[in-house]
Design a protein around this ligand. Structure first.
Ligand SMILES: Cc1cc2nc3c(=O)[nH]c(=O)nc-3n(C[C@H](O)[C@H](O)[C@H](O)COP(=O)(O)O)c2cc1C
Length: 276
């Protein structure tokens, strides 16, 4: 069994022939997965959402520390306040459900106190472990939700307003938002976002970027052949001008040229982390 159609959608190129592989429909689904930002009016049943949360918290967890917490934002005024922070992403306010996935280094500290032990969880290692746990729970939730026919959109831009989000959600010290998540039944089919080839992202035995430039050029062309970014979507033309060919790599290089999240380290320090 080949996964040709799905592979072509994900990578824009032909897969290696693998006729002896069994058919695994869930892998087809994941190869075709996509973010959704527009949702049908249809509500998400509470029982389904709780099942998805249980599934999400089945994700692996570093040292079994279980340092993720989800805030399910059901209070409309709270949601509206979060949505108002990011007016150019109306899906935050419009999605049927909105959750915030947090890294939680606080709970382990409390457990230490309950058991009468000191706790060393406020350094970079504690922050990093909690961030990873939250990201794993987030992606497990997304894949579970997509399996149930739902669509999701993670929202990390809320980290640019971390203080206000923490105040709205009542987050204690050492609990930080990793990303919000819009959840609902998709209003449209959406489209598969093409990924870099495995040649660029999977290296055998040692790091190898010798063919990166060629791989990225070819990827830009494949992606552009499926969907060209229109001229008006070129980023910061006042700074960089207009490119005659504007591919993914030019877009991402321009995006990364602008600093983001500069306030986050200060937020983390104020919230009890020392990032050494
Ligand atoms: C950690 C994380 C944060 C994201 N933050 C945002 C966001 O703030 N707003 C948004 O519209 N999409 C956000 N996204 C969605 C990405 O833009 C999307 O996953 C990416 O374009 C690839 O598309 P795909 O998921 O359809 O393959 C985020 C995704 C991740 C994994």
């Amino acid at each position: 069994m080949n996964y040709e159609a799905e592979w072509r959608m994900r990578f824009g190129e032909e897969p290696e022939a693998a006729p002896d592989l069994p058919d695994m429909p869930w892998l087809r689904q994941v190869l075709m997965r996509r973010t959704h930002r527009r949702y049908a009016e249809r509500p998400v049943p509470e029982t389904l959402l709780r099942l998805l949360l249980g599934t999400a918290f089945s994700a692996s967890s570093k040292s079994d520390f279980q340092q993720a917490t989800v805030i399910w934002v059901r209070d409309h005024p709270s949601r509206d306040r979060i949505a108002a922070l990011v007016p150019d992403m109306p899906w935050i306010g419009n999605a049927p459900e909105f959750l915030v996935f947090c890294g939680d280094a606080h709970r382990l500290e409390r457990i230490g106190k309950l058991r009468g032990h000191t706790n060393e969880n406020g350094k970079l290692e504690g922050f990093f472990n909690a961030a990873i746990d939250a990201a794993l729970v987030l992606q497990t939730f997304i894949l579970a939700a997509e399996t149930a026919g739902l669509g999701c959109c993670p929202i990390s831009v809320i980290r640019n307003h971390a203080d206000t989000v923490a105040e709205i959600l009542g987050l204690p010290d050492k609990v930080f938002p990793v990303a919000g998540l819009c959840v609902g039944y998709p209003a449209a089919a959406g489209h598969v976002s093409m990924r870099l080839p495995l040649e660029a992202t999977v290296h055998i035995d040692h790091y190898d970027e010798r063919r990166l430039a060629e791989a990225v050029d070819a990827y830009d062309r494949r992606r552009d052949a499926r969907y060209s970014l229109p001229r008006e979507q070129q980023r910061s033309p006042d700074v960089f001008g207009y490119a005659s060919f504007y591919g993914w790599s030019e877009d991402k290089a321009r995006q990364a040229a602008k600093p983001e999240g500069q306030g986050f380290p200060t937020f983390l320090r104020r919230r009890g982390f020392c990032l050494d």
